[in-house]
Design a protein around this ligand. Structure first.
Ligand SMILES: Cc1ncc(COP(=O)(O)O)c(C=O)c1O
Length: 397
C-alpha cells in the first residue's frame, strides 16, 4: 500500500469536514473486540431491521434481474412514487412530478451534488449551528462562504431568526434548514418557517430543507417550508429512506427540487455514481407503496425510548435535557460539568462504556452538550443511564 504523503493530496481536502459518529463507532467497536460491553448511542441509525416487505422486494428484484444501469436521476417508476408520496405527505396533492425528483445513494450524496450544482466560490450558504456536518463540509469544499446561525436551547433549539435576518444578504444563495433536527431533535414552528420564507422572497435565496426526519416526529403534525405560499419554487427538499424505513445501509435518498434544477443535479449524479443500485430502487418503491404500520411502530418505540432517556438524564446531577420533538437524538446540556464536551464523551466511552458524541462535533454552538442517539433498546438506555449516573460525577475537567 502506498502511504499518502501530504504533497500528493490536493489543498481542497483541508476544507472537508467529517462525521465524527463514524470515528467514535470505530473506537467503540475496538473496545468491544477486547471484551468490553459498550452501549451504542453514537450513530444515527435505527436499530430495527428493514421491514420484511421491503427486504422481499429487494431480493425479488435481484432474482428478476434488476441488475442493469438505470437513468442517472433514478428509474421513472420510483421517481413517480416519490413525487406522489412527497406531495401527499406534505398536503399538496399533485404538487410534484417525477421531473422534480432526483434519486441518489443516500441523502448525503444528494446534498453534495445539489450544493455542487448551486454554489460558486464566494456565494454564501447559511446553516444552523450545531448541524449535520455535510452542509458546511460540502459548501466549504466548494469555496462558498459558510455562515452559521446558532440554535438556542432557550427556544427549544430553534433558529435565532433575528440573527438570521441580520446575516442574510443578496449574496446569500442557500439557507439550509433541518427539521426535525440532527443533533438536537428540535423542530421549527410554522411561525419560524413563515419568517424564513419571507426572507427567502425578500433576498431571493433557495432553502435547502433537510426533511430526512420528517417521519420521526412525535408532537403534532410535520410542516415543510415548501407548503408555504410561493415556497415550492424555492425549496429543495432533501429526504430519504435511511431513517423512516430503517434502510441506512441500502443507501437510498433523494431531492425534490424545482424542475429546472433537476437536470443539473442529475449531471452530477451522472459524473459520480452513474445511478443507484437498481434493486435498491425497486425496494424503495415497495417502501413507499407498502404498509405504513412498520414506520408507525418504530416511531411509537422511539417515543418510549426518548421519554425514558430524557427522564433519566434529567435525574443526573448537573445534566439538563429538553424534550426533543423529533428525530431520535437527545442533546443534554452538560456545561455545569465541563465545557469540553468531546473530552467528556471520550471519558464516557473509555471509562464508562457509553458511546455518545460531543455536541461541538456539530459546530461551535454545540459546545457544552452531548448527543445521544436513542436508537437503542430500553435495556441499553437503562444501562447507559446507570453508567452515566455513576461516571459523570467522577469526571475531572
Ligand atoms: C440531517 C441528516 N441529513 C442527511 C443524512 C444522511 O442520510 P443518508 O445519507 O443515510 O440518507 C443524515 C444522516 O445521519 C442526517 O442526520
Amino acid at each position: 500500500m502506498i502511504a499518502a504523503s501530504a504533497d500528493r493530496i490536493c489543498d481542497a481536502i483541508s476544507r472537508l469536514g467529517s462525521e465524527s459518529a463514524f470515528e467514535v463507532l470505530a473506537r467503540a467497536r475496538a473496545l468491544e473486540a477486547t471484551g468490553r460491553k459498550v452501549v451504542h448511542m453514537e450513530i444515527g441509525e435505527p436499530d430495527f431491521d428493514t421491514p420484511e416487505h421491503i427486504k422481499e422486494a429487494g431480493i425479488g428484484a435481484i432474482r428478476d434481474n434488476y441488475s442493469h444501469y438505470t437513468p442517472s436521476a433514478g428509474i421513472p417508476e420510483l421517481r413517480e412514487c416519490i413525487a406522489e408520496y412527497a406531495s401527499n405527505f406534505r398536503k399538496m396533492p399533485g404538487a410534484f412530478t417525477a421531473a422534480n425528483v432526483v434519486v441518489a445513494p443516500g441523502a448525503k450524496p444528494i446534498i453534495w451534488n445539489t450544493l455542487s450544482a448551486l454554489l460558486n466560490p464566494g456565494d454564501e450558504l447559511i446553516y444552523a449551528d450545531p448541524a449535520y456536518p455535510a452542509y458546511a463540509s460540502t459548501a466549504s469544499y466548494l469555496q462558498a462562504k459558510v455562515t452559521p446561525i446558532p440554535l438556542l436551547e432557550s427556544k427549544n433549539f430553534r433558529l435565532d431568526l433575528d440573527e438570521l435576518e441580520s446575516k442574510v444578504s443578496n449574496n446569500t444563495k442557500v439557507v439550509v434548514i433541518n427539521t426535525p433536527h440532527n443533533p438536537t431533535g428540535g423542530v421549527l414552528l410554522r411561525s419560524d418557517l413563515e419568517r424564513i420564507a419571507e426572507l427567502a422572497h425578500k433576498h431571493d435565496f433557495l432553502v435547502m430543507s433537510d426533511e430526512i426526519y420528517s417521519r420521526n416526529f412525535y408532537e403534532g403534525e410535520f410542516l415543510s417550508i415548501s407548503e408555504l405560499p410561493g415556497m415550492k419554487e424555492r425549496t429543495i427538499i432533501v429526504d430519504g429512506f435511511s431513517k423512516a424505513y430503517a434502510m441506512t445501509g441500502w443507501r437510498l435518498g433523494y431531492a425534490i427540487l424545482p424542475e429546472d434544477l433537476a437536470p443539473v443535479v442529475t449531471l452530477f449524479n451522472n459524473n459520480t455514481f452513474s445511478c443507484v443500485a437498481t434493486f435498491v430502487q425497486m425496494a424503495g418503491i415497495a417502501a413507499l407503496t407498502g404498509p405504513n404500520e412498520p414506520v408507525e411502530r418504530m416511531n411509537t418505540i422511539f417515543r418510549e425510548r426518548r421519554d425514558r432517556l430524557v427522564g433519566g438524564l434529567n435525574k443526573i446531577p448537573n445534566v439538563s435535557c429538553i424534550v426533543p420533538e423529533g428525530a431520535f437524538y437527545a442533546f443534554p446540556n452538560i456545561s455545569k460539568i465541563t465545557k469540553d464536551d468531546k473530552a467528556l464523551a471520550k471519558f464516557m466511552l473509555e471509562e464508562g462504556g457509553v458511546a455518545c458524541l460531543g455536541g461541538s462535533a456539530f459546530g461551535k454552538a454545540g459546545t457544552g452538550y452531548l448527543r445521544f442517539s436513542y436508537a437503542a433498546s430500553l435495556d441499553d438506555i437503562d444501562l447507559a443511564l446507570e453508567r452515566l449516573a455513576e461516571h459523570l460525577p467522577l469526571y475531572k475537567a
